[in-house]
Design a protein around this ligand. Structure first.
Ligand code: MCA
Ligand code: AMP
Length: 492
């Protein structure tokens, strides 16, 4: 199945129905129907074709949330393009890698972001594309796509600093959207508040796709903003909200009466991308009268496991495998573990991506007999509920954004005077974790210069909160860093 088949009942079948509202920074609100989205994306598709793009061509976008991302996505779906979303917080080092690896025809971006894009890739200004599109006819042009046709490369944070592009197909996204729309009973009557960034699969593959597949109404915001969140809920009165745990922590600030009023309208709140602390689950239930549904997914697999809509949403667990997703838990030797014993999760299903872009080595390492190795450690209770215990590698998740410490360690080690570096995650009440850097450095080391350099090279969520100098980094006899022996860090 192609994504267009999934979206057509909304784009064509509900053409006159209000589909979307978006609050722009200048506070003016844009609103449109599904039919207008269909026309906007058709016009843009003509522009992209005229610029020479066709089936299989990559087109990257480096943008904060705005309606034009939806136009690009739909135009790409119609033309058989492979879209490459890039986290808008990424800076030179991350951008250079993704743009070199995916080799897009161009990167669509905005004037205020263009300076971050390394030289070498054509930049197409998003406002210019829209202006060109306005002069086009709104008739539809479609390149036939099937379930196996790639539609996107979404880059995962890489264990060695070199992130890999997960090749996601029409079939992967369609399977995911159908699974969650059914499991979470999403219908055209829903009102969905989307504050998640659209450059990750949580906002795009769950948010935008569930909206387009169900034909419900969506309010999109530029980003989640703590100070505005309550007003958005009260004004828009969403029935549906998807968030990362850091957003739910922020929402606990609301006074009980306001939270209760929001909770009476909110039919379903879904949390994912990082562990939801059981106490946040409990406090949210108390304050809003709404039991968060926690689920587990990955860029490479989209959604795998979710707590049930009906039945117990068990805090501290991610629930049961979604229909049509198979999950097995294996020990180090590759044998099945017994109930309650932690092992590595492997998954199989139409949701699992086609492999890593131009990385046959990494693809071979991650798949075995059609099963994908997640790297997540989990255990299964006798009644089937799955609990995640952590990762095989030292992934840190801050505010729902993934970070491999190795990438930051490599950059710190390039700084004059630094002899050793170890970066770890430390608990943070809002973001779940933040980074702390330990280093051994000589007299010429300049912390200010290091901070300035990291800020130009990396996304802001990857910047260590503190740099702690030690005489030595604890190591094993074989020289391997023992991160668990580093001193505990406390915010001052
Ligand atoms: C944060 N910032 C942003 C955004 N988020 N800037 C632009 N767009 C964003 N979306 C910047 C802020 O400008 C600021 O930068 C810094 O980050 C911290 O912002 P603050 O307002 O203090 O944030 P917060 O209250 O701590 O909340 C952060 C957040 C953010 C809004 C929760 O972490 C977020 O949007 N997380 C979502 C991540 C996500 O979608 N992950 C899905 C991955 P400065 O410091 O420079 O001023 S997909 C996945 O994991 C799988 C598939 C799954 O299971 O879903
Ligand atoms: P990403 O690489 O950005 O797709 O992040 C995927 C990773 O986020 C997974 O492999 C998990 O480690 C983590 N993750 C996603 N959902 C959850 C959850 N509900 N609880 C704990 N970890 C999660």
């Amino acid at each position: 199945m192609s994504l267009l088949q999934l979206f057509d009942p909304s784009l064509l079948g509900r053409a006159d129905t209000p589909a979307l509202e978006f609050d722009r920074a200048d506070v003016s609100r844009y609103a449109c129907t599904f039919g207008e989205l269909e026309a906007r994306s058709n016009r843009l598709a003509h522009v992209l074709r005229a610029r020479g793009l066709g089936r299989g061509d990559r087109l990257a976008f480096f943008l904060g949330n705005r309606v034009e991302i939806i136009d690009l996505w739909l135009a790409g779906v119609k033309l058989g393009l492979i879209l490459v979303p890039i986290n808008v917080l990424y800076r030179e080092r991350e951008l250079r890698h993704i743009l070199t690896d995916s080799a897009p025809a161009a990167v669509v971006s905005a004037r205020e972001l263009a300076a971050f894009i390394p030289a070498g890739v054509p930049i197409w200004d998003v406002d210019q594309l829209s202006a060109d599109a306005a002069a086009q006819l709104a008739d539809r042009f479609v390149t036939a796509c099937v379930a196996d046709t790639p539609v996107s490369l979404v880059y995962t944070s890489g264990t060695t600093g070199a992130s890999k592009g997960a090749v996601l197909t029409h079939g992967n996204f369609a399977a995911n959207a159908i699974a969650i729309v059914n499991a979470w009973r999403i219908t055209s009557a829903d009102r969905f508040l989307c504050t998640l960034p659209l450059f990750h699969v949580h906002g795009l593959g769950n948010g935008v796709h569930a909206w387009l597949a169900s034909g419900c109404h969506m309010r999109l915001t530029e980003r989640f903003e703590h100070a505005k969140a309550a007003a958005w809920f009260e004004d828009y009165r969403p029935t549906l909200f998807f968030g990362v745990p850091a957003m739910f922590v922020r929402l606990l600030d609301l006074p009980p009466e306001r939270a209760q009023a929001i909770g009476r309208v909110l039919r379903l709140a879904v949390s994912g991308s990082a562990p939801l602390p059981p106490e946040v689950h409990e406090k949210f239930r108390e304050r809003y009268g709404s039991v968060i549904l926690e689920r587990y997914g990955m860029t490479e697999t989209l959604m795998n496991v979710a707590n049930p809509y009906d039945g117990e949403r068990r805090p501290g667990t991610v629930g049961l495998p979604l229909p049509h997703v198979q999950v097995k838990i294996l020990d180090e030797a590759g044998g099945p573990v017994s109930d309650g014993t932690p092992g590595e999760l492997w998954v199989r299903g139409a949701n699992v991506c086609a492999g890593y872009w131009r990385r046959p080595d990494a693809t071979a390492a991650a798949w075995r007999d059609g099963w994908f190795r997640t790297g997540d450690i989990g255990s299964r209770a006798p009644d089937g509920y799955i609990r995640l215990h952590g990762r095989r590698s030292d992934l840190v998740i801050s505010g729902g954004f993934n970070i491999y410490p190795r990438e930051i360690e490599e950059l710190i080690l390039e700084q004059p005077g630094v002899r050793e570096a170890a970066v770890v995650g430390a608990p943070d009440p809002v973001r779940g974790e933040v980074l702390i850097a330990f280093l051994v450095a000589g007299a010429e080391f300049d912390e200010g210069a290091l901070r300035a350099r990291l800020a130009t090279q990396l996304a802001s969520f990857k910047l260590p909160r503190a740099f702690i100098r030690l005489d030595a980094i604890p190591r094993t006899a074989l020289g391997k860093i023992q991160k668990h022996l580093l001193p505990a860090w406390k915010p001052s």
